[in-house]
Design a protein around this ligand. Structure first.
Ligand SMILES: [Mg+2]
Length: 362
């Protein structure tokens, strides 16, 4: 616990990021429900909701929902396609700004980051003042709002940032981490999804406080290493470092079929073109990868991801292709048709664009 003393961690999460960027571009959207996602086609589209504004959330619209469902819930919303290039550019500026306020910086996604500000914060009267300064800067320079959670560790900071969205600021006093966590539902812990929530509930565990009071060996018996992790987070004892990271963590792309596909030859064709695309970007960005992942969604929306890693980093297309094909094979005998497939590489490292790529291609 000693190592947590004096640590100040911020978790910064942009508020409905894609929708906010669209609103900034077109102020007429202000106050309207805005839904960003692929291909609404008057409610007959096959994509999913990527993000939506808070006005749309009131109608029950949320990320990852089929866009046709969102259309039913909120037909009067403004539907916009995903303009990833624009969001990426804005994200890069926001992340650079956040980085400048931190001792150590870890980008988690396009709109989310951890900042270790343990040293920097000493130039301010309080963590609160630094957090407000960051919020002001992002508002002034980018016209966007964010929510910030402040705590002595990452897991509590992440939970804190989610509590008062949008435009929230939640500071957890280092002596009161457990008090803060106790009443919250266990689902607030990152990684506790619906399935995990059900398993915990079957043991009578609903809140983080109840989780914290379980004997550790009971949790490890049920959940293995993950049980230890849950116990540490619930007790405010998690001590992960904010890891200075390269901004891009993975490169990937996916494809939603116009019509669900049962013919495996079509799937393999599509896989080949996705592999081509991802591999081109790997070379353009000058990366080596260690992990290949695939994503697969069946006609009933059940979605799976699988990944496979190797020891030695590479940028070879053959490896990417071989791994992706191998991972996809598991699903070949499923009788359901396919709706979407995706390919990505992660565990990236930079080769540097000037180096001879061949030198690395083993
Ligand atoms: Mg966000």
């Amino acid at each position: 616990l000693k190592s947590l003393m004096g640590r100040v961690i911020f978790h910064v999460d942009m508020d409905s990021f894609f929708a906010s960027v669209e609103k900034r571009k077109n102020p007429a959207l202000e106050g309207l429900p805005v839904i960003i996602g692929a291909d609404p086609k008057g409610g007959k589209g096959r994509g999913v909701v990527s993000t939506c504004s808070y006005e749309a959330r009131k109608f029950g619209v949320h990320s990852a929902q089929p866009i046709s469902k969102a259309y039913k819930l909120c037909p009067h919303a403004v539907f916009l396609p995903v303009n990833m290039e624009l969001y990426q550019k804005v994200s890069e500026r926001v992340m650079a700004l956040l980085r400048s306020f931190s001792d150590r910086f870890e980008q988690v996604s396009i709109d989310e980051a951890f900042l270790d500000v343990s040293e920097k914060v000493k130039q301010y009267t309080s963590p609160q003042q630094l957090a407000e300064r960051i919020k002001d800067e992002i508002r002034r320079k980018e016209g966007l709002s964010c929510s910030i959670g402040v705590a002595p560790n990452k897991s509590a900071a992440k939970i804190a940032s989610s509590l008062r969205k949008p435009d929230g600021l939640t500071v957890v006093n280092p002596e009161k981490v457990k008090e803060f966590l106790n009443p919250l539902p266990a689902s607030k812990i990152s990684g506790v999804g619906r399935k995990m929530q059900e398993r915990l509930a079957s043991l009578g565990i609903k809140t983080i406080g109840q989780l914290a009071r379980q004997p550790l060996d009971k949790l490890t018996e049920h959940f293995g290493r993950w049980g230890l992790r849950l116990w540490e987070v619930a007790n405010g004892l998690e001590e992960d470092e904010v890891e200075d990271s390269y901004p891009i963590k993975s490169l990937g792309t996916e494809h939603t079929f116009e019509e669900d596909v049962g013919d495996w030859a079509v799937v393999e064709d599509c896989l080949n073109s996705l592999v081509e695309k991802v591999h081109r970007r790997v070379l353009e960005e000058g990366f080596l990868f260690r992990t290949v992942g695939v994503k697969i969604r069946f006609e009933d929306f059940e979605t799976f991801t699988r990944s496979k890693s190797r020891q030695i980093p590479t940028n070879q297309k053959e490896v990417l292709h071989e791994y992706a094909e191998l991972l996809l094979k598991e699903f070949k005998d499923d009788s359901r048709k396919l709706r979407l497939i995706g390919v990505k590489v992660s565990n990236l490292q930079k080769v540097g664009k000037t180096r001879n790529l061949l030198e690395w291609s083993r």
